[in-house]
Design a protein. Structure first.
Lengths: 341, 313
């Protein structure tokens, strides 16, 4: 166990050392496998239905991935530390509601709402982190509590009703407008997708190029060793949960902008989809290894699958069955690969 | 290498599914996007839609999110349905405003949209197939009046004061009493969130506070079943009238604890959506609204095939 974790930690360190290793190393293989599955799914669905490979439908898939993808990025950080965050879905909703309070209840300018959402996310994430790091509540329980607490607070703050952003004219643009569409009018990729990719790139940089990233891997590999080497483990852990929370705030903005409203009852169940995307992307639930790129591919596998089965008019009950099977298959394939290497 | 086998298996299974979806490509295709799919009420809507689809020789699909909170998932479903270039579309909006851009797209592509259940806040849908809750609650009021001798005190337990169904059922009941049965006095209107326990406590408190209470109307399944528990615990005999169906409610009616209830016609809603869509495709004019009907049911007619068909557990 220790050997394995150390090896993973070394791999994490090694990542920064050379381009060659990054492209041809074991992590790259994992990405390749997930990527190949994604391509295969795309090929299969376009063969199965002519309606699939239409630009409108592909844009629909991209839009559907944006929110889940951002939540999955938030989850990736926490899962690499060996923890779990069950509150990402309802935290997203709570930040959307807070944004609604700023913009619709208080009529403040749009940028304050954006800051409020991200700051609320960071604050709640920090609380989850503190519960786990300082008070030693297992992350599963701490974030389960936060999940319910935030769900309730969203309903309380909004008085059980959706908050509409009718007074903030340009709010819908965050998700629905397309900057890319101004340059390339034929592919109006919605801004939400642009934000997802920008967040993925910056998330990758944080994970691979900063001290915070190194400690994310180190905590997941061998927390005790990190502690014994004199690092303030609690502080880093709280920071990572806080970062995850801030990213949930971005997801909150994306979903609120897409629906042009903060829907207070939404959110529960989204954490499981995020975790599924992370795991399909090759991040280990026991911590210590994982990539943002893998997570993004995992999120796309989930949304392509959902959309493709819908396009093929597969009965909804069977859609759920197939999605479950694919998750199990994807993770099993990953385990087989690890055994071999 | 094992991966390849797995993938091959997946492709094989998928090809089978694909074959079934291609089988009837020449028929008109009408997707129904509902508010849910696994609840008994929505399953009944689905079965009605399927019956009509068979009769009209069209192909339908029926989808809805897992909970009524998942507004974004419903939008994704709508978006995928439109990508399939359907001939017409049935839609029960969870949040009308969020769906407007996609409905506009449907309109611009000349896809007729038929709204159902609570409808869509927009002029895009050609018609709406829904229960006239006001008229249905008025029927409950008439039944109550005749059972308590057209005079006396009555209480009302409603699921909530904000939803369309809550408002319509409450007002339908109260207005009917006021205009047609002036000797009946509504002593209390309370809200229990459709929660069994809460509604039971409300019923007990009502009975305590109004010793001459002759009847209680519960405006949805949870309110009615909760009221039945409250009445049973208080040990008092009074006329209890419910709404919708459900296993408990049906048992309460069989045992005589509940006098009867109003049921909507979910099967009729489903039929109406598909039939209206087919009419729209033929270019026929549609009324702005279709009342899909409702029925009074009690011990005497519960097993009548027509009634039994619209009841569910």
């Amino acid at each position: 166990m220790t050997m394995q974790s150390d090896a993973a930690a070394l791999a994490g360190e090694g990542r920064t050392s050379g381009l060659r290793a990054r492209i041809f190393g074991p992590m790259a293989l994992q990405k390749l496998l997930a990527f190949a599955s994604l391509i295969l799914l795309l090929a299969f669905f376009s063969f199965a239905s002519p309606a699939f490979m239409q630009i409108d439908n592909l844009l629909g898939i991209l839009q559907a991935t944006a929110v889940d993808g951002v939540l999955a990025i938030a989850s990736t950080f926490v899962i690499i530390t060996g923890g779990i965050d069950l509150s990402v879905g309802t935290l997203m909703t709570f930040t959307a509601v807070i944004c609604g309070v700023f913009l619709t209840y208080w009529h403040l300018p749009m940028w304050t709402g954006i800051i409020a959402a991200v700051a609320t996310g960071a604050m709640c994430g920090t609380i989850s982190g503190t519960l786990t790091a300082k008070m030693k509540i297992p992350p599963f329980i701490a974030t389960l509590g936060m999940m319910m607490l935030l769900k309730g607070l969203s309903l309380v703050v909004s008085a059980d009703k959706p908050i509409y952003f009718n007074d903030t004219e340009n709010f819908y643009m965050i998700s629905q407008d397309s900057l890319i569409g101004y340059v390339l009018p034929s592919v109006p990729v919605p801004n939400a997708v642009l934000i997802l990719f920008l967040l993925a790139i910056s998330g990758s940089i944080v994970l691979n190029r900063t001290a915070l990233g190194r400690y994310t891997f180190a905590l997941g590999s061998n927390e005790e060793a990190v502690r014994l080497s004199g690092v303030n483990v609690d502080r880093w852990k709280i920071a990572i949960y806080g970062l995850g929370g801030a990213i949930c705030g971005v997801a909150g903005l994306l979903i609120a902008s897409r629906l042009n409203s903060a829907q207070p009852a939404l959110g529960q169940g989204y954490e499981l989809e995020a975790i599924a995307a992370v795991v399909i992307g090759g991040t280990s639930l026991s911590g210590g290894s994982g990539t943002i790129l893998g997570t993004i591919i995992g999120a796309f596998i989930m949304s392509v699958l959902t959309n493709g089965l819908r396009i093929m008019s597969v009965a909804q009950e069977w859609q759920i069955v197939v999605t479950g099977l694919i998750i199990i298959l994807a993770v099993y394939a990953d385990i087989l690969r690890r055994k071999k290497s | 290498m094992l991966n390849r086998k797995l993938l091959a298996a997946a492709v094989g299974a998928g090809a089978l599914l694909a074959a079934t979806s291609f089988a009837r490509a020449d028929e008109a295709y009408i997707p129904l996007i509902s508010k849910g799919f696994q609840h008994q009420f929505w399953q009944a809507v689905k079965s009605g839609a399927e019956q009509a689809a068979k009769a009209e020789k069209v192909k339908i699909t029926f989808e809805g999110p897992e909970t009524e909170a998942m507004v974004d998932k419903q939008i994704d479903m709508l978006s995928a349905a439109l990508a399939k270039k359907p001939n017409a579309l049935g839609f029960a909006a969870l949040d009308s405003k969020a769906a407007i851009p996609l409905l506009k797209k449907a309109q611009s592509e000349h896809i007729p949209v038929i709204a159902f259940d609570s409808g869509v806040d927009s002029d895009i849908p050609l018609t709406t197939c829904a229960t006239d809750n006001i008229a249905a609650a008025a029927l409950a009021a008439d039944k109550m009046a005749s059972m308590i001798g057209d005079s006396g005190e009555v209480g009302v337990i409603v699921h909530d004061q904000t939803s369309r169904t809550g408002i319509d059922r409450r007002d339908g009941f109260l207005n009917e009493m006021k205009t047609k049965h002036p000797k009946i006095k509504i002593v209390s209107v309370q809200y229990g969130g459709g929660d069994h326990l809460k509604s039971a406590e409300i019923a007990k408190a009502m009975i305590e506070a109004n010793p001459n209470l002759k009847g209680i109307f519960g405006a949805n399944e949870g309110s009615a079943e909760g009221a039945a528990i409250g009445v049973k615990e208080s040990g008092k005999k009074l006329v209890l009238i419910g709404y919708d169906s459900g296993k408990e409610q049906k048992e309460d009616i069989n045992s005589g604890l509940m006098a009867g209830a109003i049921t909507q016609n979910p099967v009729g809603i489903g039929k109406c959506v598909v039939e209206s869509a087919v009419k729209a495709l033929k270019g026929e004019k549609l009324p702005a609204k279709v009342d899909t009907g409702f029925y009074w049911y009690d011990k005497s007619n519960m097993n009548d095939p027509k009634i039994a068909a619209v009841l569910y557990d």
